[in-house]
Design a protein around this ligand. Structure first.
Ligand code: TRP
Length: 334
């Protein structure tokens, strides 16, 4: 009884519906989130408002927002255990974001490395939204009093800024927000590009990247073409054999075998055998997920039920925080 009184730690993460999920994000992150769902109270938000900081095709954005939800559920995230919703369905995000923007310095936002990079990539369209993107992200997190934010290394700076903004608000108006921490679980596999095994697998490099929903023949083709080395020895050595080490990492993550077992299994065999074997292991790993995702996509009413209920629960939680904030800063109660 006593135990249930204790609040479970809360996790919040945002997922951009701007691209396809990759094998790297599945093995490195999503698969592990499934292991968190009993220990933590988890919220997963499809951040369509973040996505429009760069131009999106409307039909594609709409389709991907729902497809991504289907894929997360297919990966094992249980909609009964996790709150899954779409950001624009919870207007409190935009409202808190405006307020927090008034507690954020121009200089702080100018220093964000992602802003600097993206404003170079999209030099013809550097919008105010792109600039204030981290404020919206801070609002996402602070609204739910999240303790932990699972993100990649590239988002650490944004989580730090979120803490700074929250802390600033707390010190002016008394404790209001839980200050979150970036949560980079150690257990995920770090999957590198198949074309350049020294850089992370990224959706912006379609040839080196395997997508969760890739067809089996595309997966096989990508693995057969994977960059290796000229030794012909299946041995793990990140430093000198980054390509083979990456393929071993993927193979082991897909099959549950240890590196030693895999090395023994492929001893004396060339890469012509090893590479397709990795491809097949990935095809088999993804097959049931793809089947489930496709099945869910054919049941729009079921998906709609998930995101509508998720938004309802999220709005209830978010509103508690927003009301407190509005009262503290001197807005008249509605
Ligand atoms: N900026 C994150 C990304 O690009 C997505 C995101 C938006 C997010 N809001 C968030 C991540 C809140 C964690 C928490 O990956």
């Amino acid at each position: 009884m006593e135990q249930t009184q204790e609040r479970k730690k809360r996790i919040f993460s945002g997922i951009q519906p701007s691209g396809e999920l990759t094998l790297g994000s599945y093995l490195g992150a999503i698969r592990n989130w499934v292991l968190l769902q009993d220990t933590y109270e988890c919220l997963y938000c499809i951040v369509d408002m973040h996505a429009i900081t760069v131009r999106q095709d409307p039909a594609l954005l709409r389709r991907r927002s729902v497809a991504q939800l289907a894929q997360y559920v297919a990966c094992g995230l249980d909609p009964q255990k996790n709150i899954m919703f779409i950001q624009s369905h919870v207007p409190q995000h935009a409202e808190l974001s405006w307020i927090l923007g008034c507690y954020t310095q121009f200089g702080e936002l100018s220093r964000m490395t992602q802003f600097k990079a993206k404003s170079q990539q999209h030099a013809d369209n550097i919008t105010a939204g792109l600039f204030t993107y981290p404020v919206l992200m801070a609002a996402d997190i602070l609204l739910y009093q999240a303790d932990l934010v699972p993100v990649g290394e590239d988002q650490r700076q944004h989580v730090e800024l979120c803490r700074d903004i929250g802390q600033r608000f707390n010190s002016v108006y008394s404790d209001t927000f839980v200050l979150p921490e970036a949560f980079i679980p150690k257990m995920g596999a770090r999957v590198m590009s198949l074309g350049d095994p020294t850089s992370k697998m990224s959706k912006s490099d379609p040839d080196g990247c395997v997508f969760l929903m890739d067809k089996p023949e595309d997966i096989m083709r990508k693995f057969k073409r994977a960059v290796t080395d000229c030794e012909a020895a299946v041995k793990f050595d990140r430093e000198n054999k980054p390509g083979i080490s990456n393929l071993l990492t993927i193979y082991c993550a897909a099959t549950g075998k240890t590196v030693e077992e895999a090395q023994t299994a492929f001893e004396g065999q060339g890469y012509g055998i090893f590479k397709p074997a990795v491809g097949e292991a990935v095809v088999e790993l993804l097959r049931p997920i793809q089947e489930e995702a496709n099945h869910l996509m054919s049941d729009k009413a079921y998906l709609e039920g998930i995101y509508k209920e998720g938004a309802e629960r999220a709005r209830y939680m978010a509103n508690k925080t927003l009301t407190k904030v509005q009262r503290k800063i001197g807005f008249v109660a509605r």
